[in-house]
Design a protein around this ligand. Structure first.
Ligand code: ADP
Ligand code: MG
Length: 470
C-alpha cells in the first residue's frame, strides 16, 4: 500500500497500514495483559515473530520443549489475538529456531526480522489506528486530569483556537495522554461527519513519525511525505520524547510544525515531561511547543482510581463489590493501565466461572500483580516518613507521650504499618514502644474513622501511603 492510500479523506481518520511487527507488538501486549507478568515472563517472553506466509503466521521458540508447551498452553490465545489484529490469519505455526532456519535456507535474511517478545518497542498504542474505547465519554474526570481534559475538549470543539495551539499534554505512563488524544480525534471525526467539510486528522506516535520520515528519505519521497503531513487539519504526535536525540527527525518535525501552525492548523502533542523539562530537544522547538497550552496529567488519586474502576466495571456489565474496587484502587497505584489490566482479569474470571466476585477471588486471581505491588516497606521507614511529614521526632513514635500532636501521627504510622506490611498487630505494637495490640487496633479504627470525616486528613494519609508505596 502506498503511504498516501492510507489517508482517508472522508471525515478522515487515518488508519495506518500496520506492519506485521506492529501487529505482533499488539498481540504481545495483549498476551501480557491477559496472562499477567509472571506467566508472561516465564513462558511467553521468548516467543519471537518469524514471518508470514499466506494466511499463516510463524512464531519461533528457542527449544522444542518451549515450543510444545507454549503451543499447547497458549496456542489458542495467541491465534485468537492474532486473528483479532489481522482477520486474514488462519493459523499460527510454532517452530523451534532451528526448524525455522531450516525451512528458509535460501533466504539471506528472514522475511521479517524476528521481533522478540521482550524487545522494548512497539507498544500497543503505537499503531495509528484509533482505539474505539478511548473517547471523551469513557474518560473519567477527576482532580488530577480535569484541566487536561478541559483543554482536550476545547481543542476538539474548536481546533486551532488561539491560546490552545499547540496543545501539549504531558504526564507519566498510563495517565491518559493517548486516551485523550484519541478522544479528540474521535470527537473531530463525529463532528466532521455531521458537517460538510471533512476534517483530516493524522495521529501517530513520534516513533512512527520517525519511521515514516526515514522511509521517505530512503525512498526519496520526502516531498510527498511533507505534503501529506502538511495537508492535514489536525496533527497529533504521541510520545514526543522519542524524538530526543533524533536530530534529523526533529528538524523535519519542526518544519512541519511551523508550516501547520502558520496555516492555522491544530497540533496536539503528548510527552512524558513538560516542554521545558524535555532536555535534548532543540531549544527553538521546545520554545514553540510551549507557546500554546501546556496541560499536565497528575498522578492519580485514590478517588480517581476508584471512579475509573467503577466506570469500567459498569461498562463491562460486571458487578464488582465496592470492597474489591476499593482494594484494587488502593493496591494498584502505579498507573491506569495496570489498574485496568487487573480489573479485566477479574472480569474475565467472573465471566468464565459465572461466580460473583469476592475479595478472595480478587486475591487469588491477582496474586502475581499484587505481589509485584507489595513493595516491602519496613515499619521503621513508615515511622520515619510519618514523623517527617508531621514534623515530629522519630523517637516520639515509641515514646509514652500522649499529646494529640504526637499521638495522632503515631496512630497514622500504626495504621499505615497495618496496611502496608504483613506484620501482625502485636508485632506492630512492639515497634511502637512495646504497645499492646489493642492500642494498635484502636489506632487503626480511629484513623479509618477520621479518614471518613476529615478530607484534609484523608489526603495526608493517602499522600503518605503513596510515598511509601513507590
Ligand atoms: P498514556 O498514554 O498517558 O501512557 P493511556 O492513555 O494509554 O496512558 O492510558 C492507559 C489506560 O488507562 C488506557 O486504557 C486508558 O483508557 C486508561 N485511562 C487512563 N486515564 C483514564 C481515565 N481518566 N478514565 C478512564 N480510563 C483511563
Ligand atoms: Mg500513551
Amino acid at each position: 500500500m502506498r503511504e498516501s492510500d492510507a489517508m482517508l479523506k472522508t471525515h478522515a481518520l487515518r488508519v495506518e497500514d500496520s506492519g506485521m511487527a506492529e501487529q505482533w507488538g499488539r498481540v504481545r501486549a495483549r498476551l501480557q495483559a491477559e496472562v499477567g507478568d509472571v506467566e508472561y515472563r516465564t513462558w511467553l517472553k521468548q516467543v519471537a515473530f518469524n514471518g508470514m506466509n499466506g494466511d499463516e503466521v510463524t512464531v519461533v521458540l528457542p527449544t522444542r520443549f518451549l515450543r510444545d508447551w507454549v503451543n499447547k498452553e497458549y496456542g489458542e490465545l495467541i491465534t485468537a489475538f492474532w486473528q483479532a489484529e489481522n482477520p486474514t490469519i488462519r493459523r499460527v505455526e510454532f517452530r523451534t529456531q532451528a526448524a525455522a532456519r531450516a525451512a528458509a535456507p535460501n533466504l539471506a535474511e528472514p522475511a521479517s526480522a524476528p521481533v522478540p517478545l521482550n524487545a522494548p518497542a512497539p507498544r500497543a498504542e503505537q499503531a495509528a489506528a484509533l482505539d474505539q474505547r478511548f473517547t471523551f465519554e469513557t474518560f473519567v474526570v477527576g482532580k488530577p486530569n480535569e484541566f487536561a481534559y478541559a483543554c482536550a475538549r476545547r481543542v476538539a470543539e474548536a481546533p486551532a483556537t488561539a491560546g490552545f495551539n499547540p496543545l501539549f499534554l504531558y504526564g507519566g505512563v498510563g495517565l491518559g495522554k493517548t486516551h485523550l488524544m484519541h478522544a479528540i480525534a474521535w470527537e473531530l471525526s463525529t463532528r466532521a461527519a455531521r458537517s460538510v467539510r471533512p476534517v483530516t486528522v493524522a495521529y501517530m506516535s513520534a516513533e512512527k513519525f520517525m519511521y515514516r520520515f526515514i522511509n521517505a528519505l530512503r525512498s526519496q519521497s520526502t516531498l510527498e511525505f511533507k505534503n501529506e503531513l502538511r495537508s492535514v487539519d489536525v496533527l497529533m504526535i504521541d510520545d514526543l520524547q522519542f524524538l530526543i536525540g533524533k536530530d534529523n527527525t526533529q528538524e523535519e518535525f519542526f518544519h512541519t510544525f511551523n508550516a501547520l501552525v502558520d496555516a492555522g492548523k491544530q497540533i496536539v502533542i503528548s510527552a512524558d515531561k513538560s516542554p521545558s523539562d524535555l532536555s535534548g530537544l532543540e531549544d527553538r522547538l521546545r520554545t514553540r511547543l510551549g507557546c500554546g497550552m501546556v496541560a499536565d496529567l497528575h498522578a492519580t488519586t485514590f478517588e480517581l482510581r476508584y471512579s475509573i474502576l467503577e466506570a469500567k466495571a459498569q461498562r463491562a456489565g460486571v458487578d464488582v463489590p465496592a470492597k474489591v474496587l476499593e482494594f484494587l484502587a488502593r493496591k494498584i497505584t502505579s498507573n491506569n493501565r495496570e489498574l485496568e489490566g487487573a480489573l479485566n482479569r477479574l472480569v474475565a474470571h467472573a465471566n468464565l466461572f459465572s461466580r460473583p466476585l469476592t475479595m478472595e477471588t480478587a486475591h487469588e486471581v491477582l496474586h502475581d500483580v499484587l505481589k509485584a505491588h507489595d513493595r516491602k516497606v519496613s515499619i521503621q521507614e513508615i515511622q520515619r516518613r510519618v514523623a517527617e511529614h508531621f514534623n515530629i521526632r522519630v523517637a516520639e513514635m515509641s515514646s509514652a507521650r500522649r499529646a494529640r500532636n504526637i499521638a495522632r501521627p503515631r496512630q497514622v504510622a500504626m495504621y499505615l504499618a497495618k496496611q502496608l506490611t504483613s506484620k501482625s498487630l502485636p508485632d506492630i505494637g512492639r515497634h511502637f514502644g512495646d504497645r499492646d495490640h489493642t492500642t494498635v487496633m484502636h489506632a487503626v479504627s480511629r484513623v479509618s474513622e477520621l479518614i471518613g470525616q476529615d478530607a484534609a486528613f484523608a489526603e495526608d494519609v493517602d499522600l503518605l501511603r503513596r510515598m511509601l508505596e513507590t
